[in-house]
Write a protein that binds this ligand. Structure first.
Ligand code: PLP
Length: 429
């Protein structure tokens, strides 16, 4: 039963655009009524009608410890006893910067912000200011938040200047963003052949998580590093999604490719609105107030967010933390795929740490955007709703990665695979 969610959705649409504060929550890709959530605990969320779901969105990534983690909750309550925000420096901010630097050593200096979008937007301004170059290079299908210069898609043709992907982004902004193919170094080299003297940075999700889940092919990240070195461009890893999720040190630790700048978000806040950017000291010292490149934030580094984030990162840094979560992610993805095949449904999977992607496709391996968007969305939508009815909450669009938390135990994972078997049997497309 979803009566209460339906009522709330109707009411929400009167005063909130589309009824939601972030578009994907409106279920437009899959249809139906978004579930209005009242509480979450461990691997589960409950909606306003009392339905329980195993949650594989994990608040779009942050809840790697599971929902309502007791230590984070206590840290937030304790910090709140002393006031919510001061707009002045605190020791907790230093402890946070020191911990981030320790866990992600390429981040020699760190600036806290309030979201992933702020982190990428600021890192790009820094790269442009530092290099005195204008253009940036990104990859089709990668998402870096909703700043103007990043809401840009490829123009038609192999390599063209970007075109805005949203009204409100002037063509004049978009033309400074070059968009090329993920996992295709030749398209990157071609862009640098033509515009190399004016490209400030490459920004990349080292594991793409916004066109489902697509890890880098061998040599791709290394190739980006070399190209940046050859042309004096800044390499930015957008680890908003992969940071503290693909491994404790992020994708850069896993793939052993070191960027100049890193953007963090999601997990770093333990559920509070937090982001960060950082990297080489020689670049970060160009940020105000030590340097001329302006960046600021009224609530940046606020004590409640720092308390939540510090508690989360401290727990993640415990030895062996990731072992069971990586193992369970693999078991889950392989289990869903094998069950799909038993039901004669073509499927391939990708797994990166505690991120996974399931693709309704005959392709044995999905490594690029074109493959990702040619998957069978009708089958996905049917599967999505069947799983929702089974009490499994997947991302409501086929282009989103799935996330597993520490609280998704083997029992929870096995229950999900059994639910998937029943769901596959309902697919008619
Ligand atoms: N970068 C990546 C890789 C993301 O996945 C996201 C959000 O999903 C962002 C940046 C933007 O982060 P936020 O939504 O916190 O602004």
């Amino acid at each position: 039963m979803t009566t209460q969610s339906e009522k709330l959705f109707a009411r929400a649409q009167i005063t909130i655009p589309g009824g939601v504060n972030s578009p994907v929550r409106a279920f437009k890709a899959v249809g139906g009524t978004p579930r209005f959530i009242t509480k979450a605990d461990g691997p589960y969320m409950w909606d306003v009608d009392g339905n329980r779901y195993i949650d594989y969105i994990c608040s779009w990534g942050p809840m790697v410890l599971g929902h309502n983690n007791e230590k984070i909750r206590k840290a937030v309550i304790e910090a709140s006893e002393f006031g919510l925000s001061y707009g002045a420096p605190t020791e907790a901010e230093i402890t946070m910067a020191e911990l981030v630097s320790k866990l992600v050593p390429s981040m020699e200096m760190v600036r806290m912000v309030n979201s992933g979008t702020e982190a990428t937007m600021s890192a790009i301004r820094l790269a442009r200011g530092y290099t005195s170059k204008n253009k940036i290079l990104k990859f089709e299908g990668c998402y870096h938040g909703h700043a103007d210069s990043l809401l840009v898609k490829a123009g038609s043709g192999a390599l063209t200047l970007g075109v805005p992907s949203s009204p409100g982004v002037p063509d004049d902004f978009a033309k400074h963003t070059l968009t090329v193919d993920f996992n295709d170094l030749s398209s990157v080299q071609q862009a640098f052949d033509e515009h190399g003297d004016d490209i400030a940075c490459i920004i990349v999700e080292p594991v793409a998580g916004n066109m489902n889940c697509i890890p880098p092919v061998e040599g791709f990240l290394e190739g980006l590093r070399d190209i940046c070195d050859n042309y004096g461009a800044v390499l930015i890893f957008d680890e908003v999604m992969t940071g503290f999720r693909v491994s404790l040190g992020g994708a850069q630790a896993h793939y052993k490719v070191i960027p100049d700048l890193t953007c963090l978000g999601k997990v770093i806040g333990g559920g509070m609105p937090v982001g960060a950017f950082g990297g080489k000291k020689k670049i970060l010292t160009h940020v105000a107030p030590t340097g001329p490149i302006y960046q600021a934030g009224t609530l940046s580094g606020n004590p409640i967010a720092m308390a939540a984030g510090l508690s989360a990162l401290t727990q993640l840094a415990e030895p062996g933390f990731y072992d069971s979560i990586f193992e369970n992610t693999r078991i889950l993805a392989e289990g869903i795929r094998d069950t799909a095949h038993q039901n004669n449904i073509p499927m391939s999977i990708n797994v990166a740490g505690s991120m996974f992607g399931i693709f309704f496709t005959e392709e044995p391996k999905v490594t690029n955007y074109k493959q990702a968007i040619s998957c069978n969305t009708e089958q996905f939508n049917q599967f999505y709703h069947a799983m929702l009815n089974e009490g499994v909450y997947l991302a409501p669009a086929s282009y989103e990665a799935g996330f597993v938390s520490k609280m998704h135990t083997l029992d929870v994972v096995n229950a999900t695979i059994e639910a998937a078997d029943r769901a596959f049997k309902q697919i008619t497309a």
